[in-house]
Design a protein around this ligand. Structure first.
Ligand code: CA
Length: 224
């Protein structure tokens, strides 16, 4: 996921770039409005985080300009001010979400995740071998048989299936859980849920492989 971060405070920008990078985003940083505007029009981003108080061209002006050509780009505004009219102006300019400084990183990550989920609809049905997930009806089946899944199990399986054949990190899983409203899980909790899913997926011709130190991968099982 490619993310534009427009933030003029160098300390905050550095910290955010590092932390967003750790969370799996490919971050481009713009220290002022014109650079943000330039990058947004010359590179393809999946999401943008714009500080409202940017030098030379403020975040609202950058947002209004990018909206003319990219109406669907998810944009989250950051503002030091907690004024209601700022928030209203931001939403009127086309922001999808708004976070007031100071904020906690987990909150920002959860909001970004929720935004991406909202603006990048998954295909209604995800399918691999015998497993089928119908996102609209929130129904999972293995070889046509309904699979009983808790909310967390659903989120985990949907994430693994949408990223099939790619490694999903524990951080991504914890983020997906916090994005859907359930508390982020610790490593141990994740292992418990992976174990449960493996049992539930028996007979689907699939395997959830543990990639040591990296995470988990859903793939077609050999010989199935
Ligand atoms: Ca600023």
């Amino acid at each position: 996921m490619k993310l534009l971060l427009a933030e003029d405070d160098p300390i905050l920008a550095d910290a955010l770039s590092t932390q967003l990078g750790d969370a799996g985003y490919e971050v481009e940083h713009a220290p002022n409005g014109p650079v943000a505007d330039y990058l947004l029009h010359r590179q393809a981003f999946d999401i943008a985080v714009l500080d409202v108080g940017l030098p030379m061209m403020d975040g609202l002006a950058v947002l209004r300009h990018v909206r003319q050509t990219q109406p669907a780009l998810p944009v989250l505004l950051l503002s030091a001010r907690d004024a209601l009219d700022d928030r209203v102006a931001g939403l009127q300019a086309g922001a999808d979400d708004y976070v007031t400084k100071p904020f906690d990183l987990p909150e920002l990550l959860a909001r970004l995740q929720a935004l991406l989920r909202r603006t990048q609809p998954q295909p209604a049905t995800l399918q691999l071998r015998g497993l089928e997930l119908d996102a609209d009806r929130r129904r999972a089946t293995v070889a046509g048989e309904a699979l009983e899944l808790s909310g967390r199990e659903w989120t985990l399986l949907e994430l693994l299936l949408s990223q099939r054949e790619k490694v999903v990190s524990k951080e991504q899983i914890a983020q997906a859980w916090s994005g859907d409203g359930s508390e982020g899980g610790t490593g141990n909790t994740i292992e418990v849920y992976i174990h449960r899913l493996r049992r539930k997926l028996e007979g689907a011709g699939l395997a959830i492989r543990t990639v040591r130190g990296l995470g988990y991968l859903l793939e077609e099982a050999d010989g199935a």
